[in-house]
Design a protein around this ligand. Sequence first.
Ligand SMILES: Cc1ncc(C[n+]2csc(CCOP(=O)(O)OP(=O)(O)O)c2C)c(N)n1
Length: 244
Amino acid sequence: MLYKDYVKWTRWPTTWCGGCSIGIVFKQVTFTLEKMGLSREELTVVSGIGCSGRAAGYFNVDSVHVTHGRALPVAEGIKRGNPKLKVLVFSGDGDLVGIGGNHLIHTSRRNIDLTVVCINNQTYGMTGGQMAPTTQKGTKTLTSPHGNRYSPVNIQGLVTSNENYFYARTSAYHINHLQKAIQEAFAWPGFAFIEVVAYCLENFGRRMGYRFGYEMLLKIKDIYKINHSPRGLLKDHELGILKK
Ligand SMILES: Cc1ncc(C[n+]2csc(CCOP(=O)(O)OP(=O)(O)O)c2C)c(N)n1
């Protein structure tokens, strides 16, 4: 199958804003699926609620768009019911780490064989750009006009606190690294979590003075560097793939 065959074109155009990073990541997933040669019957996609969560409806495979925060338990049920299926969870940081954070603790602890692509745009994009548990300290958002007072959830720490884990931090800019992370995550026989450093232009970036999506992409390029053979945990602003 070609990457275009994984796209449900009848749903086009998407609801994503012009310049949004979610479309970049979505396309990279379809490129990776083409490389892997997965058939439509071998894959299912689960998403929660949010802009990122709309992805489930745009894949040309059987998919489920579940209630907010519940992508992981639904995906776990699908995997347990049909272990031969590859199950991809594609959702946002608010969905997976905020309201769905409790499921993240337990699904990762049980090491269920899922591939999770988490779009971390540090905000609740769909509802207007509120502060999320992933928002960096000091950042001004709709609900933190004087700057966020709290440190973000340590997703890497949470996932790697388990006995076995796959945790990758990659970005919407570093697309080769992103594809590598997705491919390795699918090959990993357990819970594989990919945190994609992404951005929301319209409801987040504009408050910081960004005018175009590519400006936010270039910021990610400037700040984040790939560590190809990380020893121990990733430092701040390091991208890499950790497996145990
Ligand atoms: C139970 C429930 N609470 C709140 C909401 C409102 N809501 C819709 S999307 C969303 C946040 C989504 O954030 P994220 O997962 O980061 O996705 P993004 O839109 O940024 O891609 C919230 C709080 C809801 N739909 N359901």
